[in-house]
Design a protein around this ligand. Structure first.
Ligand code: HEC
Length: 156
């Protein structure tokens, strides 16, 4: 049950808090927020690479490992929301496109799809008998939702 609640927060991290208008905490400098954000994505990417390699059969399939790694993505993603502060807009090192700030609803939609796909993968991989055949489409769907957001909102 607790897991479910935590999972629901993942999609929400993008969908609702990502562009929280109230900038009530000022704990981080803009430059540091961008480094923080990019580091979170690096953590997510390391996990996602394992999922991808497992789904492709490049490394040995292990359902428990895949489940843990997908949870890691969710746990990291939960921290993203607080890095999306408007003051990061002008940070040179950020590869986020200006259009993402103008179209925050569109980006939140991509975040929501990502959260749903991740939630589905976490749930499925936690079931007994989860195998490579099931993993392949579920992982592909998740990775596509990473790319879908990058295509529209991240500089190449
Ligand atoms: C809702 C949009 C969205 C989703 C979903 C998303 N990303 Fe990103 N990602 C971004 C944006 C925006 C940036 C650029 C951040 C910046 O530079 O300020 C980024 C940057 C990155 C980076 C580069 C980090 C760096 O060091 O500069 C990696 C790697 C990455 N994302 C991986 C992933 C992976 C893996 C997933 C899925 C598991 C994912 N992203 C899902 C929007 C998204």
């Amino acid at each position: 049950m607790l897991k479910k609640i935590a999972l629901l927060a993942i999609g929400g991290a993008f969908a609702t808090t990502a562009f929280a208008a109230a900038d009530h905490s000022d704990l981080f400098k803009a430059d540091d927020l961008v480094k923080y954000r990019q580091s979170i994505y690096q953590v997510m990417s390391a996990q996602a690479n394992v999922l991808g390699a497992m789904a492709k059969g490049e490394i040995e399939f292990n359902a428990e490992e895949l489940h843990e790694r997908s949870m890691n993505i969710g746990n990291a993603a939960k921290l993203l929301g607080e890095t999306y502060k408007p003051k990061t807009k002008d940070v040179k090192e950020s590869n986020m496109l200006a259009v993402a700030w103008e179209d925050s609803d569109g980006m939140a939609e991509k975040g929501k799809a990502f959260g749903e796909n991740l939630q589905a993968l976490i749930a499925a991989s936690g079931e007994p008998g989860f195998d490579e055949k099931q993993a392949r489409p579920a992982v592909a769907k998740l990775l596509k939702s990473c790319k879908a957001c990058h295509d529209d909102y991240r500089a190449k």
